[in-house]
Design a protein around this ligand. Structure first.
Ligand SMILES: [Cu+2]
Length: 279
């Protein structure tokens, strides 16, 4: 994108919407909120307990007059064991709680005939999101795609492969520059592309690339879209609209890289898909 070109404003940028992760819209977010609530509760209880004990000690053992020598203590084995064992037990409990939920949060359920999992490739690019519905071909033979809005059937697991196709940004300056080192790298890059490597992968090998980050707080965690790499995330949405955005500063149009997930009843989704397939 060149200087002076207007940034296309995503219409979602104009609406004020609920994107809170504490209003979960599906089971992945439910599990994450469960862990969050326990961590929050433990933090509050321990934080308040610590502050109360601190205030108590400050007032109880303070210097009461100019001549008064405050009470002096040195070492207390029982107390030291207590403040080592209790935090350790709390941390180990929270660690266990997190581990117990990680499998569910990280791994999409296996696709079966009774419970099929939908596969979608999420493509981040400056400055928009494209959703590619794998295995759903249009009349022209391309995969069905949607832009900015990801359409999903409600209560169906969706397995996302998150990629970035950025950037064709530096290929031109590298190739036209005169320095011998740059010329050698440009030749190697051209050779890679000629032998079948995608431009994004070849440039990514060169160490150039723009990351994006896919995040719909009400549905799941966040995952980076990295040039030359495929990252995974899964979500399942109850009926409704969920809003998200790119959370990796990726250039001048970063703030407009918003997205929406629309979860529809299965029949309505099938109808939408059919419309895309037949054009
Ligand atoms: Cu961004």
């Amino acid at each position: 994108m060149g200087c002076g070109e207007p940034v296309q404003v995503n219409p979602l940028a104009t609406s004020l919407v609920d994107t809170s992760p504490v209003h979960p819209g599906g089971p992945v977010a439910d599990h994450m909120l469960f862990v969050f609530n326990w961590v929050l509760a433990a933090s509050l209880v321990l934080g308040i307990f610590t502050v109360v004990m601190l205030l108590y000690s400050m007032f109880r053992f303070r210097r009461k007059s100019d001549d008064d020598e405050p009470s002096q203590f040195h070492g207390n084995t029982r107390l030291e064991l207590f403040w080592t064992a209790v935090p350790l037990a709390v941390f180990m409990s929270l660690f266990g709680l997190t581990v117990s939920q990680m499998g569910f949060i990280n791994d999409a359920p296996a696709s079966t005939a009774a419970n099929p999992v939908m596969n979608v490739t999420v493509i981040g690019q400056q400055f928009s999101w494209t959703f590619d519905y794998q295995g759903q071909k249009t009349a022209s033979g391309n995969d069905v795609q949607s832009f900015t809005t990801l359409y999903v059937p409600a209560n169906v697991p969706v397995n996302l492969q998150v990629v970035s196709t950025d950037p064709p940004c530096v290929i031109k300056p590298i190739i036209t520059s005169g320095s011998p080192d740059v010329a050698t790298r440009a030749a190697a890059l051209r050779q890679k592309v000629n032998s079948g490597t995608s431009i994004a992968d070849a440039i990514s090998d060169e160490g150039c690339g723009v990351n994006h980050s896919f995040y719909v707080p009400s549905l799941a965690g966040q995952v980076n879209a990295i040039p030359g790499q495929t990252n995974h995330l899964w979500l399942e949405a109850r009926l409704g609209h969920y809003y998200g955005q790119c959370t990796e500063l990726c250039g001048t149009g970063h703030a407009t890289m918003l997205l929406e997930v629309v979860a529809m009843p299965q029949a309505q989704f099938d109808k939408w898909l059919q419309q895309q397939v037949t054009g």
